[in-house]
Design a protein around this ligand. Structure first.
Ligand code: DAH
Length: 338
C-alpha cells in the first residue's frame, strides 16, 4: 500500500498533468472541481489525514497541504495564461482573411440631385455663382418686386400655399411657400451691385392637384445675369451653350415668345429631343420694373433671367413618365440612377 504522503504526491502530479491539458476556462473549472472542489480528490485526501495513525498524520498532512497550495497556485497561473491567449486571439489574430467579404450596401444620388449637379456644373464653368434662398418667402419677393402686384392676373399662374404667419392688419397674407426661385433675383439685386452672374437651385411649392406632370413640391434652377450692356444675344448664347452641354453638341434649340411678368421680352426655350420640341425653360430680359424695384437704373443696367425645372429635365433624359415618382421614395425607382 502507498504511504499517504506518497499518495498526495501522486495525486499532485496527476493533477498538474491534467492542468496542462486544460485549454479553455470551462476545462479549468472542471479541473478545479475534480481536484480542489468540496468532494474533490485532494480535498478527500486532506480529510482522510485525520483517520491516519498519529505517527503518520504529520507527514501526510504536510504533503497534502503542500500539494493543495501548489495546485492552487498553478491553477491561478494557468488561468492567467489562458486569458492572455484568448485576449490576443480576439485582436488581429482572430481575423480570418479567407472569409468572403460582406457586401456593403451602396448609396445612390436622387435623380433630381444628379441633374441639378450637372446643371450647376455647366453654369459654374461659365462663370456663374451659386446662391440659395429661403423656401418660406415674403409676398414682396415672390410677387411684388417681380412686377406682380396685388390683384395682378399673373398671380393666377402661381397657385400658392399661403402661410398664417405675419398676417397683415387687414387679414391679408404676407408669407408663403415660394412658388418659384425667381424671388432670389430680387433678393440678390437688392443685396449687391452689378455685375451679377448667379444661378439659384432650390425647392418650390404649388398648391396644385398632382398628376403625372404636376407635383406640389419640385425644384427649380433660376439664373440671373445683370451688367451694363447685357443683351438678348447674351441670353441666347448662354442658353444655347447650356443646352448643348446638357443634351449633346448637336442639340437644336428653339426660342418662342412667352409671357412672364418679370421679363420683357419673355421667351420659352425648347430643345429638339427624339423628334419633338420640348420646352425646358422660361427666360427673358429682366423687366425694367424689376430692376427699378431692386434699386437699379434700367437706363444703365440690363440683364437676362431664366428658370428651369430639373425634374422635367430628368424626365426627358431618363424617360420618366410620371413626376410623382421623384417624391414617392420607391427604392425600385431611385436605385436606377447613379
Ligand atoms: N419663375 C418662372 C416659373 O416658375 C420661370 C421663369 C420664367 C423664370 C422666366 C425666369 C424667367 O427667370 O425669366 O414659371
Amino acid at each position: 500500500m502507498t504511504a499517504p504522503a506518497d499518495y498526495a504526491a501522486a495525486l499532485r502530479d496527476e493533477a498538474l498533468a491534467a492542468l496542462d491539458r486544460a485549454g479553455v476556462p470551462g476545462a479549468l473549472e472542471s479541473w478545479r472541481v475534480e481536484y480542489l472542489g468540496r468532494s474533490g480528490k485532494l480535498t478527500a485526501a486532506l480529510r482522510s489525514v485525520a483517520q491516519l495513525p498519529p505517527e503518520e498524520r504529520r507527514a501526510a498532512g504536510a504533503a497534502a497541504n503542500e500539494a493543495k497550495a501548489l495546485l492552487e497556485r498553478r491553477l491561478a497561473e494557468r488561468r492567467a495564461e489562458i486569458e492572455a491567449a484568448l485576449a490576443q486571439n480576439a485582436g488581429a489574430g482572430a481575423l480570418d482573411v479567407t472569409l468572403p467579404g460582406r457586401p456593403v450596401p451602396e448609396g445612390r444620388h436622387h435623380p433630381s440631385t444628379i441633374v441639378m449637379r450637372e446643371i450647376q456644373a455647366i453654369f459654374r464653368d461659365m462663370g456663374f455663382q451659386i446662391a440659395e434662398g429661403p423656401e418660406v418667402e415674403w409676398d414682396k419677393y415672390n410677387f411684388e418686386m417681380l412686377n406682380i402686384p396685388q390683384d395682378h392676373p399673373a398671380r393666377d399662374m402661381f397657385d400658392t400655399f399661403w402661410l398664417d404667419a405675419n398676417r397683415a392688419p387687414d387679414g391679408g397674407f404676407t408669407t408663403l411657400l415660394r412658388t418659384h426661385t425667381s424671388p432670389m433675383q430680387a433678393r440678390i439685386m437688392e443685396a449687391q451691385e452689378p455685375p451679377i452672374r448667379v444661378i439659384i437651385p432650390g425647392k418650390c411649392y404649388r398648391y396644385e392637384a398632382t398628376d403625372a406632370t404636376h407635383e406640389s413640391q419640385f425644384h427649380q434652377i433660376e439664373g440671373l445675369a445683370v451688367d451694363k450692356g447685357v443683351t438678348f444675344a447674351n441670353l441666347k448664347s448662354v442658353l444655347y451653350d447650356f443646352a448643348r452641354r446638357m443634351f449633346g453638341p448637336d442639340t437644336r434649340v428653339r426660342f418662342r415668345c412667352d409671357y412672364f411678368p418679370f421679363v420683357e421680352p419673355g421667351v420659352d426655350m425648347a430643345i429638339e429631343w427624339r423628334g419633338d420640341w420640348l420646352e425646358i425653360l422660361g427666360a427673358g430680359m429682366v423687366h425694367p420694373n424689376v430692376l427699378r424695384a431692386a434699386g437699379y437704373d434700367p437706363a444703365v443696367y440690363s440683364g437676362f433671367a431664366f428658370g428651369m425645372g430639373p425634374e422635367r429635365i430628368a424626365m426627358l433624359k431618363y424617360g420618366v413618365n410620371d413626376i410623382r415618382l421623384f417624391l414617392a421614395n420607391d427604392h425600385r425607382f431611385l436605385s436606377q440612377f447613379r
